[in-house]
Design a protein around this ligand. Structure first.
Ligand code: GUN
Length: 292
């Protein structure tokens, strides 16, 4: 069994980005600038956004954090999105999800200029990605494909089972892996809460992508010998062992599943770190106008 080390790969990619930023600086070019809108005080969102801002600093990007309380109106948020769309210093921005219930997330996402949509959530980017056109690909699916690529894991002709059909992870990663491309060409099955015979389907998988958001959902008896398991789960559970009082739990029963795998990602230290570097890569592409 080989551990897929997201910490090592993400550090390598950050170093590559930092070198590119240094080159841009030297040439008198514009430093990439990412903005993030954070609404409310959800513990998970606070941590993710803080890590995104910190990562920007590490690679030499500019970053701007815009905060609102839970009671912000949809109109106020739309006005801010519009302002960021028109701010030429900002290359890309994200609106951290989830948003409070009184705000229509789709309306906010659709208001973002697709050219600055470094989360790849806008329907224009999702549509372009789906038909293989240049686009901003959402960060977690892009991070998963990058990990497979950097570990030389062949996907062509493999049966890949994706557990979860979210717009952010399950759906886009299933599209990327089935696409006619060097790091796609897989036969993909998307499973979800209504799937029958989930265990039997998983047992046929060469690659399992667990993105269902239920801690330790994937058990050893669902995984065939030699399979590759990618764990996207990041459920925060209370813990006495950490300073924050929380720890992250994956969607895979790691202890019992790992011995059966040829490769597996740990949680933390796997896909999560790749999500942030994918966002940085998208921001770099936005600054260099490489997509649109
Ligand atoms: N919430 C959970 N994951 C993400 C993400 O990748 N981007 C944003 N904007 N919100 C999220």
């Amino acid at each position: 069994m080989q551990l897929i080390d997201g910490k090592k790969i993400s550090a390598e990619i950050k170093e590559e980005i930092a070198q590119e930023v240094a080159r841009i600086k030297q040439g008198g070019g514009k430093i990439p600038h990412l903005a993030a809108i954070l609404v409310g005080h959800d513990g998970g969102s606070e941590t993710y956004v803080a890590n995104k801002v910190k990562s920007c600093e590490e690679v030499g990007f500019k970053s701007t954090l815009i905060r609102y309380e839970d009671n912000v109106t949809e109109k106020e948020l739309l006005a801010k999105v519009n302002e960021l769309n028109n701010n030429t210093d900002i290359d890309g921005f994200i609106v951290q999800l989830p948003l409070p219930k009184h705000i229509d997330e789709n309306k906010i996402i659709e208001a973002i200029n697709p050219e600055k949509d470094v989360d790849g959530f806008h329907p224009v980017n999702v549509g372009r990605m789906s038909i293989g056109l240049p686009s901003f690909v959402s960060a977690t699916p892009a991070g998963i494909v990058e990990l497979l690529k950097r570990y030389n894991i062949e996907t062509s002709g493999k049966h890949c089972v994706v557990i979860g059909r979210s717009n952010i992870v399950g759906r886009p990663v299933s599209i990327l892996l089935s696409q006619k491309s060097k790091h796609g060409d897989a036969t993909v099955t998307v499973c979800h809460s209504r799937t029958k015979n989930l265990k039997e389907i998983c047992l046929q998988a060469d690659i399992i992508i667990a993105a269902i958001g239920i801690p330790e959902f994937v058990k050893a008896d669902m995984v065939k010998e030699g399979a590759i398991v990618i764990d996207v789960g990041t459920t925060r559970v209370k813990s006495d062992l950490t300073k924050s009082g929380y720890k992250l739990k994956g969607d895979v029963d790691f202890e019992n599943v790992a011995p059966k795998c040829s490769y597996i990602t740990p949680v933390p230290g796997g896909v999560g770190l790749m999500t942030i570097v994918s966002l940085l890569l998208n921001t770099l592409k936005a600054a260099k106008k490489e997509v649109f």
